[in-house]
Design a protein. Sequence first.
Lengths: 373, 89
Amino acid sequence: MPPLEAWEKVFLDDQALGKVHADLGCIACHGGVGGTTDKEQAHQGIVRDPDPAQTCASCHKSIVGTYQNSLHVTLAGYYTVLRARSDEEHWPQLMTAFDNHCDNCHASCGQCHVSRPTLNEGGLLAKHEFKKLPPMNLTCTGCHGTRVNDEYKGKNQTADGQKVPADVHFNPGGMACFTCHTGDQMHGALGVFNHRYDGPPDPSCTQKGCHENIGGPDDQVEYHTKVHLEKLQCQVCHAEPYKHCYNCHVQLSDKGVPYFKSDPSEILFKIGRNPIQSPERPWEYVVVRHVPVARDTFAYYGENLLPNFDARETWTYATPHTIQRRTPQTESCNSCHGNASLFLTEDFVRQRTPDEVEANRNVIVTKVPARIP
Amino acid sequence: MRKGIWLFLGGLLGLILVGCLARPEITPLPPSPMLPAVPTLAATPVPPTETPVPAADSSTCIACHTDEETLKALAVEPEKAEHLSEGEG
């Protein structure tokens, strides 16, 4: 996204606020001192990102009542995986690393509806206009850029130079993020979840108004057999290759500035066994993505901070944003059957991430479905 | 006739009560088997909040923050953070 100069970040149009918000004035929400043109004096006690409970809640009570459940606020996804891989002894050191490198991934009301996220250095979206629908390119993909943005908009290519097309929902579908990821989901109105894939799929491909007739009497797709629909997550057939990241290490500079180094990413397609199989996600096979964690990701902060590293897979359940009706997998039966290159085999894991075979035991495919004569 | 109406209404009330009692209990889904529990937040009750009151005259704030030239003169570019990171975040 284009960077903003310092003055642009705080340049507003009082007409853009809309009457209701404008009538409140600046100080009611942001604090500070009125009646002076001295910058330092005017900014005393200023609050850049007002507390929703003290401001937004007066009108938007139901949303403020649940938004603290949102994964954007709880960051529960991070805590879930770190708790699984670490232990009580190493937790304090790990949390120091977390505070330095991960904790700024929060989003508040204002960081979607008024300004760019702080993670992206902030700046008003549209001169302090309150955007009911946040502009996805300045908010959602400002943070979810590396994987989601590039996949959804077709900006990736494979190692052999093949361009990966944009997700069909984006082009030609023209669907913005919030078409599927609803306000209720963003605002934590659907409940408390431990991570992105906790609970039933949301969004679900087959939810009302989407592909709800899949597997029904009118479904004419030859490959939509009962067995396929029961055993395969939709993305197994309908995702194109997507991004995998490796070996991220975090540390502080001599001046105390947090930074990271990660190995080059790869664009691959891999089918693994479903590590979170449940009545809500019953499929035996799902697509898996390598996440950038390594055994020594946090080594700068102490030795062996992830002592239970093997407790969780590093090739994780994924829902890539590279959906197409027709993919290399749908070309013929034997595009998948007997094609070991599509599957997360032990040989592949040993070759790509040799230190992580045990961590991925429950996602490694031990028997590739047989070729059909 | 009136007695009949009362009998009818009484019967209707009884049916409603029986219907309520017979409502199937909603069984929560079993927890996801993948992970140990982590602390979670319950829906946070929001205390009654009064609409923020315009506490003071904001006209000087508005005057400055809508004046491009003034902002250009006063806004301070934050010190650029060191960009030492390598690879995709």
